[in-house]
Design a protein. Structure first.
Length: 355
């Protein structure tokens, strides 16, 4: 049993909204469970942890998060196993990555005990919100925001850590078309591309909007220096199957260390597949397409899990990819991950945690 020195007070909702949940029409990120977890940071320590009914929060117009961007978050999921249990997937990896983000953004770190105790108590209270359907899960959003009421450029002295949850369906319902972005930039060396800072996503919206106006769902970001090497696809890590080799860009300070990314690479190695983490140029991918050695391309992330890419656009030319089959790596690894997360495939790496 994980416990924390900070007591967690609980205030249950007067009336649950669970009866309003339509599992056949979940969408993504629009429905929220009954409760949320909140903890405050001030005077150098965490205090006043509580679980309360999901509700709006009061903030001063001068709150520093809205002016200076001290805002970070995580994305994780809980799943309904076949025996009815609720399973979390690699929650400590999310806790550790949140703290990596916090250090880079000059914010306080979240103690493991506080993170896990708040998370588990919240999920136990709202366990009925974890959906059962295929492709469905409970999306979990831990986030940390600065709350000083002060107009001045400095790290905040006060913060709020929150966890909210949302029953969701599939993020993408079909393979995606992506455009190689060679003008706008997601991240630069020495910047914050490797952390889940809110501003990283804000800066991506306009280039993605332009790509969508051209008929693509997402972009593939390229390096800031030369726009020559591929980095991420939208909000996901990107992978390619070249002949029988799984290739993905190496981690660095411009690429988020995806937990799904790591899980896919681990499974591929378990299966004896050759894996290469190295720079991948746009030219290499286009040449591989022309030579018929580009077998698959897909994104990996918590929201989308495995998002097959069916077409890559580059410099005005569209390069369609082969249709997936049951033997395709991305489809097989997606089924493997789904089986592990829902408890009907052996969890050899200790990734799941029962709530």
């Amino acid at each position: 049993m994980i416990t924390t020195a900070i007591p967690i007070t609980v205030k249950k909702t007067a009336k649950s909204r669970i009866a309003e949940l339509d599992e056949a029409n979940l969408g993504f990120g629009k429905i929220f469970s009954d409760h949320m977890f909140i903890a405050d940071y001030r005077d150098g320590q965490w205090t006043e942890a509580s679980i309360t009914p999901y509700d709006k929060l009061p903030f001063s117009p001068s709150s520093s998060m809205m002016h200076y961007g001290q805002s970070i978050f995580e994305g994780m999921k809980a799943y309904r196993a076949e025996d009815g249990k609720v399973l979390l997937f690699r929650p400590l990896a999310n806790q550790k990555r949140l703290n990596i983000s916090a250090v880079r953004m000059a914010m306080p770190t979240i103690p493991e005990e506080l993170f896990m105790d708040g998370l588990l108590q919240l999920l136990k209270m709202d366990s009925n919100w974890v959906p059962k359907g295929e492709g469905a899960s409970l999306y979990i959003r831990p986030f940390l925001i600065a709350t000083d009421e002060y107009i001045g450029v400095k790290p905040s002295d006060t913060y709020k850590f929150l966890i909210i949850t949302s029953p969701v369906g599939k993020y993408y319902n079909e393979p995606v078309k992506v455009l190689v972005e060679t003008n706008y930039i997601r991240a630069v060396e020495g910047g914050v591309g490797f952390v889940k800072a809110s501003g990283n996503y804000g800066r991506s919206l306009y280039p993605t909007k332009l790509a969508q106006q051209k008929g693509y769902q997402q972009v593939i970001w390229t390096d800031a220096r030369h726009h020559r090497y591929l980095e991420e696809s939208g909000t996901m890590n990107v992978m390619f199957v070249l002949d029988d080799v799984l290739v993905t860009p190496p981690l660095g300070d411009t690429i988020l260390a995806g937990i799904t990314r790591d899980s896919v690479l681990t499974i591929a190695r378990d299966w004896g597949m050759k894996v290469e983490e190295r720079k991948i140029s746009v030219d290499e991918i286009i040449d591989a397409h022309k030579n018929n050695t580009l077998k698959e391309a897909f994104g990996t992330g918590t929201a989308a899990t495995i998002a097959p890419i069916c077409l890559i656009g580059y410099e005005g030319v569209d390069y369609p990819l082969p249709a997936l089959t049951d033997a395709s790596f991305s489809r097989r690894v997606g089924k493997e991950l789904d089986g592990i997360r829902k408890g009907h495939i052996a969890d050899r790496h200790g990734w799941t945690l029962a709530v």
